[in-house]
Design a protein around this ligand. Sequence first.
Ligand code: SF4
Length: 67
Amino acid sequence: MSQRACKWYLLCPMKVYYEQGNLDRKWIDNYCLGDWGSCIRYQMEQRGQAHPDYMLPNGELRKELAR
Ligand code: SF4
């Protein structure tokens, strides 16, 4: 586990959803402040691949998060 937060955290829609109360804290703890290398969003960002804001770190799509 990394001691540092994911480099995208401050810009990531997961942070916004969490702060709005729409996303469980476990996603932040497990990925953004934990094993961010295993985050699908992170991996796609590294490859320059587009991905929707409402895609969770495990690749699951949660359209209800989009507005
Ligand atoms: S969701 Fe993924 S890309 Fe976004 S901050 Fe968390 S670990 Fe990084």
